[in-house]
Design a protein around this ligand. Structure first.
Ligand code: M6R
Length: 612
């Protein structure tokens, strides 16, 4: 949720930290701060965005070759100057930044108060640094040891960076259930919540594992220990991303860029995996676990938000094509309801960020119960990618806009490949249908290129409905999850209330909402349930609702009854979600823009939800 950046080396730290925070701002943006060591421990922090911090620090002493910076998504304590990070220890010699939640902070705080500590903020983070400071003073141990010992008292999730006035050539980092990456330069080190602030300086990175403490000392370099005090050898990996992927590339917003990237990102997801020439599908990352899928009694899909919607499409795909029963679970519910998991179940965890706390917890539970767990993640090296038994990266490239777009269609691509591969192996579809679907899947990027042309028309529709108070999205079969996703996109970035429904369910309740003010987006592309969806549109029109229909053919019947018709290129039903979702992404984008909403950083949201 929060973004953390650190630099230790021979350059001025402040500009590197600020640039890094701007790259990480998608993670949280309600306050920001830095701590710099320059003979003194300088702390500058304020409410607002990184730009506000820049304005605030204009006349300050910003010199220093070691520093840490933070952009916050508030958990404990409202977003204000005092609660902004960094926080300092009781003596004031240590500064900390933190991403995560300390669950037992209230107890620890009470104990520290009884031992004479006083606190300035309402945050759990301040408690952590007071604890580290107290251990360091009382036990007279090195900083990294004090951090390690403090971690034994702290319950929760965290990635922290700590610097000390007394050790101006040292930085200590630690993580548990929140991500942390160390970039290794030439006699300098970059630390961050993910690799995006690091990639312009070095491609060599070390991803810290859970319960590890990294000590960076300019004399001795990087050393890592576990919470049990075992020495770990740093495993240096090479980053695949490049700087261009992190820029807006001429687009006004990241979201618009990411919508437009989808033909490319879907192609990248398929590259080397869909082999039309030899009619094969090869997902290298899960190859050794394919038999588990082919022989699974059941597939359980766990995810949150948009990734959960992708999971719902996965349910249709695996059941329709491969005839494997599927259950799709909100990770947050799954983890707490003592689920029944059998050893012949395969669990698939879907996550763009690979850091979602609930999804991580669901995976741990499934593993404890003996299930095989596969991951579908976008962020390379993320926690979920690392704790699953195997997985397939979506290869959509960094997704910076908080509202997920290209990651969703890339997740659908992977699920389509997996289901089609299982269908072939299990002989649940004919060879002829398999070949047809393989060709259709290969055609999706081209269909996406065509559907991009609908933007101007969708923008006009957006202008008509930008002031609507409610929206309804209806779809059947493969398009039902798309209706949910369309409604979520609109809610997140335009703050208009929207609901997605299976079209036929409308008459069991939501139909009561329909009047002449109500826009209803109907996904009417289904080949097998076409007449039924036409009837649903009739039912809406009979109540004077305004119908925006998404269809895949020039259709006189729908054109006559719908108020607006957005035509998309036809594609086989199992793959329509990848195409039908595009006009809905544009609709929410343009409505949000017309309502003056911050499209890339909608209020209250954060890109990766690393707390419960
Ligand atoms: O990184 P994840 O895919 O695990 O994230 C799950 C949700 O937090 C995420 O999809 C969220 O709903 C997005 N804001 C949707 O646009």
């Amino acid at each position: 949720m929060c973004g953390i950046v650190g630099y230790i080396g021979k350059k001025e730290a402040f500009p590197i930290i600020i640039k890094g925070l701007q790259r990480l701002e998608y993670r949280g943006y309600d306050s920001a701060g830095v701590a710099l060591l320059n003979g003194e421990l300088q702390i500058h922090k304020c409410k607002g965005k990184v730009q506000d911090l820049l304005n605030y620090t204009k006349d300050k002493n910003l010199h220093g070759y070691i520093g840490i910076g933070h952009t916050r998504w508030a958990t404990h304590g409202e977003p204000n100057d005092v609660n902004a990070h960094p926080h300092v220890s009781e003596v004031g010699n240590l500064a900390i930044i933190h991403n995560g939640i300390i669950e037992n902070y209230a107890t620890l705080k009470e104990e520290l108060i009884q031992r004479g500590h006083t606190f300035e903020s309402d945050t759990d983070t301040e408690v952590f640094v007071h604890l580290i400071g107290e251990i360091k003073e009382k036990q007279n141990v090195p900083l990294e040891e004090a951090v390690r010992m403090a971690m034994q008292h702290v319950v929760g999730a965290y990635a922290i960076l700590v610097i000390s006035y007394d050790h101006p050539r040292k930085m200590v980092a630690a993580r548990k259930s929140s991500p942390l990456v160390v970039g290794i330069g030439d006699g300098e080190y970059y630390l961050a919540s993910d690799a995006t602030p690091i990639v312009e300086y070095t491609r060599n990175v070390v991803y810290l594992n859970d319960e590890e403490i990294a000590c960076i000392d300019l004399e001795n370099g990087l050393s890592i220990k576990s919470i049990e005090n075992e020495v770990r050898t740093p495993f240096v990996e090479e980053l695949e991303m490049n700087l261009e992927m992190l820029e807006k590339g001429g687009y006004e917003h990241f979201m618009l860029k990411e919508i437009n990237e989808q033909a490319r990102s879907i192609k990248d997801s398929m590259r080397g995996r869909l082999r039309l020439e030899d009619k094969e599908i090869m997902l290298g990352g899960i190859k050794d676990y394919e038999d588990k899928i082919f022989n699974a009694d059941r597939i359980l899909i766990v995810a949150c938000g948009t990734s959960w919607h992708a999971g719902l499409v996965g349910e249709y795909l695996f059941e329709d094509l491969a005839r494997i029963p599927v259950e799709v679970e909100y990770a947050s519910e799954f983890r707490y309801r003592n689920p029944i998991i059998n050893k012949n179940d395969v669990v698939i965890a879907i996550s763009q960020s690979g850091e979602t706390a609930d999804t991580l917890a669901a995976i741990r539970l499934a593993k404890e119960k003996g299930a095989t767990v596969l991951g579908i993640c976008n962020v390379v090296g993320s926690s979920i990618a690392r704790i699953t038994d195997a997985g397939a990266y979506t290869h959509a490239g960094p997704e910076i806009g908080v509202a997920s777009t290209k990651a969703f269609t890339a997740q659908l691509t992977i699920l389509s490949l997996m289901a089609l591969r299982a269908a072939k192996q299990r002989q649940t579809i004919s060879e002829e249908r398999y070949e047809f679907l393989l060709k259709e899947l290969d055609r999706v990027p081209e269909a996406i290129e065509q559907v991009m042309k609908c933007e101007a028309q969708v923008k006009e529709i957006a202008a008509v409905f930008k002031d609507a108070r409610n929206f309804l999205y209806l779809g059947r079969g493969y398009n039902f999850p798309v209706a949910l996703e369309g409604a979520l996109k609109l809610k997140e970035i335009s703050y208009i209330h929207a609901e997605g429904y299976p079209a036929a369910e409308m008459k069991h309740g939501p139909i009561a909402l329909i009047d002449e003010e109500m826009p209803i987006v109907v996904l009417a592309t289904n080949q097998h349930a076409y007449e039924k969806i036409v009837s649903n549109i009739q039912e809406v029109k009979a109540r004077k609702g305004k119908v925006i229909a998404v269809t895949s053919k020039q259709d006189e019947e729908i054109s006559k009854i719908a108020d607006y018709v957005i035509e998309i290129p036809p594609i086989a039903d199992p793959f329509t979600p990848m195409v039908t979702t595009v006009p809905l992404q544009f609709l929410s984008y343009h409505i949000a823009l017309m309502r003056d909403c911050n499209v890339d950083q909608p209020r209250n949201l954060a890109k990766s939800v690393t707390v419960e």
